[in-house]
Design a binder for this molecule. Structure first.
Ligand SMILES: [Zn+2]
Length: 442
């Protein structure tokens, strides 16, 4: 791997030392530079770089590569039953949205279907650059990733099982027939099948708290979701080891002032970090602002993307059953239930920043916060020693609104660019030597 010096008009840097309470450890630096070497970040600093940069980023913001903890599918493919070509497409093309690492997510399905999907996912697992803190991964029956998880694509960090241990009353687009209690046997079967990183469950189901304890002890991140729990039941789940809430406000009990539910406890309990689908349709903009204000550093932006994401309006699959993507708004089941999203994570960051949330905080919610939550502090930050996963975010349109990925690097290699190298020095500035090595146009 080669060394690369990138100068940026603006970049978001994460401090190594603890930030003062309530403030983000990440901040915007302008201008600044970053030197990549051997797939990692070797040096970061403010000001102009010490030597001639290989890449000069004018405008926009250089950010850590985005990390999405909830991706059901994308580009026409539903990952629960995607074939090799489908997985390949999703893994290779997610960097177009700035996503450099993600958790394939399977919604409720019969246990044998989930077992098969977990076995497939194991073959796409990205090699861990550092010893995994998750025992369930280190004891995986699959000794090494197959060559299928080739360089040039987004890193597969593990699987998010969103079901089948969910509340019938809060099932959303999940098939009620396949919902079941989290028996020790069901939990064991799923853990043995593949690399489980997150399990979303409803702790009020029979055996729910025992399952939270067993999964947490196995190194799995337990997320309360599709749940009708009271705030007190969520507190008990957190006492048992749960640390996340799945898509805050959606498919869960809310914030009624005399009958607080999942969302109220999520915002109040400092042990919990909440996923948020910031497409401005799943959760109203003003409520997204409330979430960021109430739980600083504890909101994770997720897409909950379905196969319809990145595709034109039409019929697609979610969890093996049909959904329809209209011309405007999220995908729907035939009965009108919202079924996943067609959101891009880069757009979600822009949406949140557009609400007045500090840009560094919005980026943090899609990078450092999810990385830390799943025990991967080697990812999600521009800091010495971190993986050289980066995205250059720029305005989505001529009106200078929104955000889109303009270029994406994974492990120091340029894997996506959406223009003809707009950052190249002018021709009379000497030959451009950058951007030509390791490029892999999707
Ligand atoms: Zn869901």
């Amino acid at each position: 791997m080669t060394s690369l010096l990138i100068a940026a008009e603006r970049l978001i840097v994460t401090r190594a030392t603890a930030a003062p309470a309530g403030s983000s450890p990440s901040q915007v630096v302008s201008p600044g530079y970053v030197r990549l070497d051997g797939g990692h970040i070797a040096e970061v600093d403010a000001g102009r770089p010490p030597g001639r940069p290989d890449v000069e980023l004018t405008g926009g913001t250089l950010a850590p590569g985005l990390i999405d903890l909830q991706v059901n599918g994308y580009y026409g493919h539903d990952l629960v039953d995607a074939d090799e070509a489908g997985w390949h497409t999703v893994v290779r093309r997610l960097p177009e949205t700035g996503v450099t690492a993600f958790l394939p997510t399977f919604i409720t399905a019969p246990i044998p279907t989930l077992v098969a999907a977990l076995r497939t996912a194991a073959h796409w697992l990205s090699p861990s650059p550092s010893p995994s803190p998750l025992p369930s991964q280190s004891s995986s029956p699959f000794p090494s990733p197959s060559p299928a998880s080739a360089p040039g694509g987004s890193r597969v960090l593990g699987v998010h099982l969103e079901g089948p241990f969910l509340s019938r009353d809060r099932r959303g687009a999940h098939n009620a027939e396949w919902l079941t209690d989290p028996t020790p046997e069901a939990v064991r079967t799923l853990l043995a099948a593949g690399p489980v990183t997150i399990v979303t469950l409803a702790p009020e189901r029979a055996g729910g708290l025992d399952a939270v304890r067993a999964l947490s002890q196995a190194g799995v991140l337990v997320s309360v979701g599709h749940s009708d729990a009271t705030a007190d039941q969520v507190k008990q789940a957190a006492d048992a080891g749960a640390r996340m809430i799945t898509h805050l406000f959606n498919a869960q009990s809310g914030v009624h002032h005399r009958a607080p539910g999942v969302a109220a406890q999520a915002l109040a309990d400092a042990r919990l970090t909440a996923g948020l689908i910031a497409d401005m349709a799943h959760v109203a903009p003003v409520v997204c602002k409330v979430a960021f204000a109430a739980a600083p550093g504890r909101i994770v932006l997720v897409t909950d993307a379905a196969a319809a994401a990145g595709m034109p309006p039409g019929r697609y699959d979610l969890g093996g059953e049909p959904i329809d993507l209209p011309a405007d708004g999220p995908p729907l089941r035939a009965d009108g239930t919202i079924a996943g999203s067609a959101l891009r994570l880069d757009a979600a960051v822009g949406n949140v920043a557009g609400l007045g949330v500090d840009l560094a905080v919005a980026v943090d919610a899609a990078t450092r916060v999810p990385a830390d939550l799943i025990g991967r502090p080697d990812l999600g930050r521009i800091a010495p020693g971190a993986a050289a996963d980066l995205v250059w975010l720029a305005a989505a349109d001529a009106a200078e609104t929104g955000l889109r990925a303009r270029a994406t690097w994974i492990g120091g290699e340029l894997v996506f660019e959406n223009t003809r190298r707009p950052w190249a020095p002018a021709p009379d500035d000497g030959p451009a030597t950058h951007g030509s090595k390791g490029r892999d146009r999707p």
